[in-house]
Design a protein around this ligand. Structure first.
Ligand code: URP
Ligand code: ZN
Ligand code: ZN
Length: 464
C-alpha cells in the first residue's frame, strides 16, 4: 500500500523545502507540492514537522560476544529501539576471533542479524593476518558487498590488530575499493597502565579512564593516519573522543588526506566524572572505550562536528546489564566495555545540536544520516529524501518533548547513560522502506523485516 506524507518541511543535507512525499513499494516515488496520491494511500499529516532521511547509526554492536559475555541487545530489540528514536539503518560489526576465518564469522553474524527489524550492513573486523584473510577480504567486497573493514588498535591479547595487520589490511582495502576504519587507542599503553593501576590497588571503575589517557588515543590516531598516508588509503576513525585525535584528523585533512571522523552522542554529552560515582553499578555502567573524557574534550568534539572535521555521529551501542558489568567488581579491566544509546542519538543531537544553534537542520541530517550513507556507500538509496531512494523516513516533531529514562526506553538494557535528560524534538513517525514502524509512541517494528544492505566498492583512486 502507498503512503503519503503531506505538508511537512522536507529536510535534506543539501537543503529544505515544503512538500509532500509519496512512497510505494518501499521507495519514494514522488515529491512535490499537493501531489496526487492513490485514493487508498495512508496519509500522514506532517504540518509543522520535518520530514527527514531516517537516521543511520554507523557503529553498533548487537549481541556482540565480548569480554566473556554477550551484549544484551539483539538485532531485533536493538533495531526496534533504533526505530523508536528515528534511526532506520545500522552498520554493525562482524568481529572474528584471531585465527577465525573472516567468512565463518561473517556468516555467523549474518545469521544473527536475520531477525533485525531495520535495514543493516556490516563492517568486518580484521583481527589477524594471513593469505586467507587477504582472500576473504576480496570475497567480502566482491560477493557480499562489505566495503569497510575495522581494526581495533586496543584490546591487547584479544582482538587488537598489530601494525603489521593494519599495514596489510589497509593496503588490501585500497586495492579493493573499501575503506579501513580504526578504533584508535594504543593497546600496549592501555595494557601497561592497567597492570600498573591494579598493582597500585586501583581496582575500581575510577581507574578505567586513567588506563586510557587521551594521549593513547592521539598516538593511535596519528599512527593510523600516517599509515593510511603512506599507503594512500582513505581512513575512518570511529568514536573520536579527544582533542588529541581530533587535532590529528584536522592536520591530515589540511594536508589533503581523506580522513573521516565519527563522534558518539555519549562523548558529546557525558564527562569523566561519572567514573567517580560512589556506587559501583552506576560507574561501571559508564565503562566503555574510549572512556568519557574531561569536559574540554566535549567542547572540542562539538566544534569538530560543527566545522566538518567530524562527519558522522554514532552510538557504539553495546549494552551490558548490571549483572554482566559485575564481572569487574574487583578488577575494572574485567568490566565489559560498552554503553547504549541507539534509541536516543537523534533526539540528543537535535536537542543539543539544533536546539542550541550549533547545527542547522540540514547539518543535523548530514551528521545523523547522509554523511554515513556517503562514506559507507549506502547513498543514494539511503540518507536522502529523493525520488527513487528507499522510503526510510523520520517525521520529526520539533515541539515534542520527553525525558529519557531506562523506565520508558525500548533498549534491552537496565541503564541509560542519558537518564533524566529532557529532549525537545522527537520522531512522531518512523518509516522503514515504506512501512510505518513507529507512530506517536506505538512501536510496530517487525522481526525479520530488515534487509542486509550490499554495498558497492569505490574506485580505489577516486572513491566515486
Ligand atoms: O566500549 C566499547 N566501545 N565497546 C564496544 C567495542 C568497541 O570498542 O567499539
Ligand atoms: Zn571501539
Ligand atoms: Zn564499537
Amino acid at each position: 500500500m502507498s503512503l503519503i506524507i503531506r505538508g511537512g518541511t522536507i529536510v535534506n543535507a543539501h537543503g529544505s523545502a515544503k512538500g509532500d512525499v509519496l512512497c510505494d513499494g518501499g521507495k519514494i516515488i514522488a515529491i512535490g507540492v499537493d501531489i496526487d496520491a492513490p485514493i487508498d494511500a495512508e496519509v500522514i499529516d506532517a504540518s509543522g514537522q520535518y520530514v527527514m532521511p531516517g537516521g543511520i547509526d554507523p557503529h553498533t554492536h548487537m549481541q556482540l560476544p565480548f569480554m566473556g559475555t554477550v551484549a544484551s541487545e539483539d538485532f531485533f530489540t536493538g533495531t526496534a529501539a533504533a526505530m523508536a528514536g528515528g534511526t532506520t539503518s545500522i552498520i554493525d560489526f562482524v568481529i572474528p576471533d584471531p585465527e577465525q576465518p573472516l567468512m565463518e564469522a561473517y556468516n555467523t553474524w549474518r545469521g544473527w542479524a536475520e531477525k533485525a527489524s531495520a535495514d543493516y550492513a556490516f563492517h568486518v573486523a580484521v583481527t589477524w593476518w594471513d593469505d586467507s584473510v587477504h582472500k576473504d577480504m576480496g570475497t567480502l567486497v566482491h560477493d557480499e558487498g562489505v566495503t569497510s573493514f575495522k581494526h581495533f588498535m586496543a584490546y591487547k591479547n584479544a582482538i587488537m590488530a598489530e601494525d603489521e595487520v593494519l599495514y596489510n589490511s589497509f593496503t588490501r582495502a585500497l586495492e579493493l575499493g573499501a575503506i579501513p576504519t580504526v578504533h584508535a587507542e594504543n593497546g600496549e599503553m592501555v595494557f601497561q597502565l592497567q597492570q600498573k593501576l591494579l598493582a597500585e590497588g586501583k581496582t575500581g571503575p575510577e581507574a578505567h579512564p586513567l588506563s586510557r589517557p587521551p594521549a593513547a588515543e592521539g598516538e593511535a590516531a596519528n599512527r593510523a593516519i600516517r599509515m593510511a598516508e603512506v599507503i594512500g588509503s582513505p581512513l575512518y576513525i570511529v568514536h573520536v573522543s579527544t582533542l588529541d585525535a581530533l587535532n590529528e584528523i584536522i592536520r591530515a585533512k589540511g594536508e589533503g588526506q581523506q580522513v573521516y571522523g565519527e563522534v558518539l552522542a555519549g562523548h558529546l554529552m557525558i564527562d569523566d566524572s561519572v567514573y567517580k560515582h560512589p556506587d559501583f553499578e552506576t560507574a561501571a555502567a559508564h565503562v566503555m572505550s574510549p572512556p568519557f573524557r574531561a569536559k574540554e574534550h566535549q567542547v572540542a568534539l562539538w566544534k569538530g562536528l560543527q566545522s566538518g572535521a567530524l562527519q558522522t555521529t554514532a552510538t557504539d551501542h553495546c549494552c551490558f546489564c548490571a549483572d554482566q558489568k559485575a564481572a569487574g567488581k574487583d578488577n575494572f579491566t574485567l568490566i565489559p566495555n560498552g554503553t547504549g544509546g541507539v534509541e536516543d542519538r537523534m533526539a540528543v543531537l537535535w536537542t543539543h545540536g539544533v536546539g542550541t544553534g550549533r547545527l542547522t537542520n540540514e547539518e543535523f541530517v548530514a551528521c545523523t544520516s547522509t554523511n554515513a550513507a556517503r562514506i559507507f556507500n549506502l547513498h543514494p538509496h539511503k540518507g536522502v529524501i529523493a525520488e527513487g531512494a528507499d522510503a526510510d523516513i523520520v517525521v520529526w516533531d520539533p515541539e515534542a518533548t520527553r525525558t529519557i529514562s531506562v523506565k520508558t526506553h525500548h533498549q534491552k538494557v537496565d541503564f541509560n547513560i542519558f537518564e533524566g535528560m529532557e529532549v525537545k524534538g522527537n520522531p512522531s513517525h518512523t518509516i522503514s522502506r515504506g512501512k510505518l514502524t513507529y507512530i506517536q509512541g506505538e512501536l510496530r517494528a517487525e522481526k525479520g523485516a530488515g534487509r542486509y544492505q550490499k554495498r558497492k566498492p569505490f574506485s580505489p583512486l577516486t572513491r566515486k
